[in-house]
Design a protein around this ligand. Structure first.
Ligand SMILES: NC(=O)c1ccc[n+]([C@@H]2O[C@H](COP(=O)([O-])OP(=O)(O)OC[C@H]3O[C@@H](n4cnc5c(N)ncnc54)[C@H](OP(=O)(O)O)[C@@H]3O)[C@@H](O)[C@H]2O)c1
Length: 399
């Protein structure tokens, strides 16, 4: 039996995208079948469309790393879910389609105060940012974190979660509108990287100490400045290489003297056990804040999935602030419950007082957990490991 799905006719530009037919997935015994109401774009979708980022083995070849929808069937080995439940989830692929199958343990109960469009914007960027900030980056309350591409989906999630634990987020972005938005969202310092070097600003803002953590999807273009503005014992989490993958000369001196740690990470290729653990910790720690409106998915645009080409074009041109969402079902995008009276996104307050201090302890403990892949030391040996590095695109590695 077939369903409708976005098809990439052949690797290439946005004109290759259209809605066509594809076999409807069948759930395994530990999976849910979900009718997709909304999905959201990620940079990886663009690379996959261009043929530069094949999906991991076993994943649906369709585009789409996340969705929100309604459970239509429950496998016999799934507990805690029933037909009709509203869920959102991270996917290894396949979200741009009418139906997806999701391991029951990966399903996130949709906050009742959010619409399908809002919930679809949560999984990929919030889980990526959570993992980068707390599991890999070991961010703690009182520390300073520099988040590059601050107005991206990942950046806007990261700003809010850094504030949640009492850390100080600083960002770079490429336009006045993006800087302004990030400041309103909770960034304490916002720098336009097109106006010149950011490292000097960061050192000035930190009394020459530098930042404790950098979340970096840019790579080569920022390497030298990143190293310059990292504090003693600083950590750098490399998420992509939008600004290039090769650095001509690397001086190891600052890495050595400042005791820096540098770690790359791609979420999509991680083992399922890791993603389940990440999802479940996120549900326990962050979902209540989403339910209560203390943090929010930042939505740039909601479009019909028939306009998928236009949506890709918008992301490709770096026009979005936050997430671009595709709606598959136009009707019924209301949340189940009213959001409690809350400030508009531009007026969020992140002053969580004593609660923040408690959260800080929780997050400190969580970040020490020894989950699969956690705690790996960065390789700063200087040896060229490129042969071991199984990534489809050495020039522009993305999530
Ligand atoms: N490794 C992982 O597990 C993982 C998971 C998810 C996402 N990611 C990566 O994280 C990044 C953010 O993802 P997203 O979906 O949130 O992206 P997004 O919303 O599309 O935002 C990306 C932004 O990055 C900025 N940018 C693009 N090229 C740049 C360059 N050469 N130099 C400086 N800034 C540049 C642009 O903003 P400006 O206007 O500010 O330049 C652009 O709008 C992507 O690179 C994505 O591949 C990695």
């Amino acid at each position: 039996m077939n369903m409708k799905a976005v098809i990439v006719r052949q690797p290439g530009g946005v004109e290759q995208l259209s809605i066509g037919e594809y076999p409807k997935p069948q759930p395994h015994s530990d999976e849910l079948l979900v009718r997709v109401h909304a999905t959201a774009l990620n940079r990886a979708d663009i690379m996959q469309r261009e043929g530069r980022y094949p999906p991991p083995q076993g994943a649906s070849p369709l585009l789409g790393l996340e969705m929100a929808g309604v459970v239509e069937a429950v496998g016999p080995n799934c507990s805690g879910w029933k037909v009709g439940d509203r869920v959102c989830a991270l996917l290894p692929g396949g979200g741009y389609a009418e139906y997806v199958t999701v391991p029951a343990k990966m399903a996130i109960p949709m906050p009742t105060t959010l619409s399908f469009s809002e919930a679809a914007a949560i999984p990929e960027v919030f889980l990526t940012a959570y993992q980068a900030l707390f599991w890999i980056g070991k961010l703690r309350g009182g520390e300073k974190v520099l988040i590059h591409a601050g107005a991206s989906g990942v950046g806007t999630a990261g700003i809010q979660m850094a504030n949640m634990v009492g850390a100080t987020p600083m960002i770079t972005a490429g336009s006045a509108a993006k800087l302004d938005y990030c400041l309103k969202l909770g960034a304490k310092v916002a720098i336009n990287y097109k106006d010149g070097e950011f490292a000097g600003h960061i050192l000035n803002e930190t009394h020459q100490k530098g930042v404790d953590l950098i979340i970096d999807p840019i790579g080569a273009a920022y390497w030298e400045q990143n190293i310059t503005c990292m504090a003693i014992d600083g950590r750098l989490v490399l998420l992509a290489t939008m600004g290039g993958a090769s650095v001509d000369e690397v001086s190891l001196r600052k890495i050595l003297i400042k005791r820096l740690r540098i770690q790359g990470s791609t979420l999509r290729a991680r083992e399922q056990a890791y993603k389940v653990a990440l999802t479940q910790e996120f549900v326990a720690r962050v979902l209540p804040a989403l339910e209560e409106g203390r943090i929010k998915p930042v939505i740039d645009t909601v479009m019909s999935w028939e306009d998928v080409a236009e949506a890709h074009y918008r992301m490709e041109n770096n026009e979005n602030i936050g997430k671009i969402v595709l709606r598959l079902i136009e009707e019924g995008d209301e949340p189940l419950n009213e959001m409690p009276a809350m400030p508009s996104p531009a007026e969020f307050s992140f002053d969580m007082g004593e609660e923040a201090a408690e959260d800080e302890d929780q997050f400190a403990v969580l970040s020490q957990s020894s989950l699969p892949g956690d705690g790996e030391e960065a390789d700063i040996s200087g040896e060229d490991d490129e042969d071991d590095f199984e990534e489809p695109d050495p020039e522009e590695l993305e999530g």
